[in-house]
Design a protein around this ligand. Structure first.
Ligand code: COA
Length: 161
């Protein structure tokens, strides 16, 4: 059984992340989406809220598990018996950071392979910060996020009458 981990902050999950997940599901028997604590970011949604938003968004897919993690990714992957990490590459600007992480993870565990997948080009300019900002300023993000995220964002930033 080929298991891949798709790690990230997912604050919140977007349609771009789901696009990567769908591609990963064609390559692996099971994909574990795991929500990182990531102390370097101050998330809008708690780790549990992010997990529950992802769970709602992936209900329609088989062979997907949603989890939380804190600590070293390679250790988490080992515990889950995963052979690969999945990361999305949206643009050349992602490359340097992703290469550094992939090489460091390989150094920490040479049996773990990082697989990069490119999302549909309509998602290449998306990230979670831009979604949070548009929602905070009252803009419409319905084309970019799953339904549950849209509701949750509206809950955090109620529209003014
Ligand atoms: N569609 C839309 N947005 C996407 C995307 C896609 N397909 N792919 C990435 N993004 C966005 C994310 O929304 C996020 O946006 P934001 O910064 O505006 O919030 C950004 O790209 C990158 O975030 P993400 O993919 O969540 O990665 P990250 O850099 O926050 O997370 C970890 C990196 C958690 C995987 C990494 O820090 C880690 O492994 N931590 C564990 C500790 C560890 O082992 N460290 C050693 C690593 S070598």
């Amino acid at each position: 059984m080929k298991i891949a981990i798709y790690p990230g902050t997912f604050d919140p999950i977007t349609n771009g992340h789901l696009d990567i997940l769908e591609r990963a599901l064609k390559l692996f028997d099971k994909v574990i989406i795991t929500v990182a604590k990531n102390p370097s970011k101050q998330p809008l949604f708690s780790q549990e809220e992010r997990r529950s938003l992802i769970r709602s968004a992936v209900k329609r897919y088989k062979n997907v598990e949603v989890d939380l993690f804190d600590g070293l990714l390679v250790e988490y992957a080992r515990k889950k018996k995963a052979t690969s990490l999945v990361r999305g590459l949206r643009a050349i600007s992602d490359f340097e950071y992703e290469l550094q992480m992939a090489l460091m993870n390989r150094k920490l565990d040479s049996t773990l392979e990082t697989v990069f997948l490119m999302p549909n080009e309509k998602y290449t300019y998306l990230n979670s910060s831009i979604i949070r900002e548009i929602a905070r300023l009252g803009g419409d993000v319905r084309d970019f996020v799953p339904e549950a995220v849209l509701k949750a964002l509206t809950g955090k930033h109620p529209r003014k009458p």
